[in-house]
Design a protein around this ligand. Structure first.
Ligand code: IMP
Ligand code: MG
Length: 195
């Protein structure tokens, strides 16, 4: 699809299968929460998914269609990789957070857990809104890297699709300088000199 793409790490079919599994895990946990409160998956409208734009766009679109829950979406924008940088420069909120999350079951959705700065920031911000539960789902988690100090509660993400080595990846929503989000698979880029 693009000559700059080097190696496919995770194919589209494998992603689709795993997204289905993650949806089952999430639905099971949320149903348990709702049942404990005497409700069920179709009532209340108390489930709120918070996708972190724009990286979580494709993952979220696939995930919500596998979730048989009454849910709403609250999009959040966080910038952490400005322009062509491959190293994180910390996370900053780039959109307003207006939704009332108190008493809701909130699930943050992101594409990838890298340094953890993004999820730590978002968990702290959303946690302060007094949700009934707060969890996070990421499609990818980079392994073997230094993370920021863990957020309150000690975990960055309760649901992880795939653990990958510390390489810069694109596709399925993940970008380099705004591009390659539309690639159906997760892949690495050729080093700039070799393109
Ligand atoms: P963190 O704040 O360092 O955990 O980085 C998380 C954010 O950085 C993700 O939401 C992505 O937008 C971006 N990111 C981290 N690693 C990659 C990558 O390998 N490719 C594309 N984007 C990445
Ligand atoms: Mg992101």
């Amino acid at each position: 699809m693009f000559p700059e793409i080097d190696r496919e790490l995770i194919g589209a079919d494998e992603i689709a299968a795993r997204v289905g599994e993650l949806a089952n895990l999430i639905a099971r946990d949320v149903r348990e929460d709702l049942a404990q409160e005497g409700g069920d998956a179709t009532d209340g409208g108390r489930v709120v998914l918070v996708p972190i734009m724009s990286g979580a766009l494709v993952f979220t679109a696939d995930l919500i269609r596998r979730l048989p829950l009454k849910l709403s979406l609250e999009l959040l924008a966080v910038s952490s990789y400005p322009g062509k940088s491959l190293k994180t420069r910390g996370a900053a909120l780039a959109s307003e957070l207006t939704a009332d999350l108190s008493g809701k079951h909130v699930i943050i959705i992101d594409d990838i857990l890298d340094s953890g700065g993004t999820l730590k920031l978002v968990r702290e911000l959303l946690g302060a809104r007094r949700p009934a539960t707060l969890r996070a789902a990421v499609l990818l988690e980079k392994t073997g890297i230094a993370r920021v100090k863990a957020p309150p509660g000690g975990v960055f993400a309760e649901y992880v699709g795939f653990r990958i080595p510390d390489e810069f990846v694109v596709g399925y929503g993940l970008d380099f300088d705004g591009h390659y989000r539309n690639l159906p698979a997760i892949a690495t880029l050729r080093p700039t000199g070799a393109r």
